[in-house]
Ligand binder design. Sequence first.
Ligand code: FES
Length: 378
Amino acid sequence: MNHPLATRFDGAAEIIAEIGARTPDARDHLAETRATIDAYHPKRLRLTVAAIIDETLSTKTFRMEGPDRESLPPFLAGQYVNVFIDGTSRPFAISSSPTRLDHYDLTVRRVPGGRISNLLIDELVPGRVLTTTGPMGTFHHNPLFHGDDLVFLAGGSGVAPAMSMIREIVDLGLDRSFHLIYGSRDAADVIFRSELETLAARHPGIRVDHVIAAPEPGWTGHSGFLTAEIIESLAGQLNNRMVYVCGPQALYPYALAQLTALGQPRKRIRFEANGAPSDPAAQEHWPAEVDPAAEVTVTVGAASFRTPRHRPLLDALEDNGIRPEAACRSGECSLCRVRVVKGEVHTAEEARLRLSDDRFGYTHSCVAYPLTDVRLDL
Ligand code: FES
């Protein structure tokens, strides 16, 4: 037995021999293997807007179907697809149930100044075909590590992945406890309100509490923000339950501080970031003397352009017609990695860099900001 692992631990040789006997040589089945991978994890999908559902004054759900209404690739509740439009792309969580693969529902909320969300809301019409990635992302329930007693803190359209998780629990009759604590600006802003109430009434494991920041007179529910006090008063002791957090960017540092104050360990909190920090200079390790509005020069190959320091490198590259691969746009998937050959960047805390990234000068361009003139290698 020549395998390098064979002498590393007891039983390794037997395991390697069994794997060898059970696994056909992949080289004999390359085309078949490729076809199976492509069917389940397609790099690109062509999806048609089949229907548009008005959820609230600021939110619409786009029901997307595949060609000839054929079944779409499977996904895990909580995952997203990345939509390519107008020379850029944005991830949108799937709000429909993974038990229904004849469509994906993408729930989009209007964001003040948000170019792509507003473009989708204002211009998409039934019949429009969009290119997307297949379903992606790691923000989903893992029964082995997350257990079956879950708390989900949602803000605004961050309720979309929670909706998919709840629909799945109800569709499959899963024995899982799911407590959604959902913060909205006002009661009219609550997305899926009547369906959430119906599903919570139908399924004993589902509980939904709304917390309204600026309630109208007559609102009798909870009001304010998702503070530690409110979370504790609604969810009780967290006792190491897994807590998911999804919402606008500002919710992450805020929710982390509240949950930490309640003694929740960081490893029992799952965040789904929603874009790059809009104010990177507010992050702790942004150098105090560096003006975020000042422009620097970014050079890539023979191309050079000026951009303000507070513009994420990925956005700045796209502004100038350079389009690296990207998906999550929040530092998680690593598809947008670039090497900083020269100069200094601020990489937001959200970036899930590997040790080797740091060592060899790579960063995730979607959450990296140029502090000085920089030269990049894509
Ligand atoms: S696009 Fe996913 S890490 Fe940048």
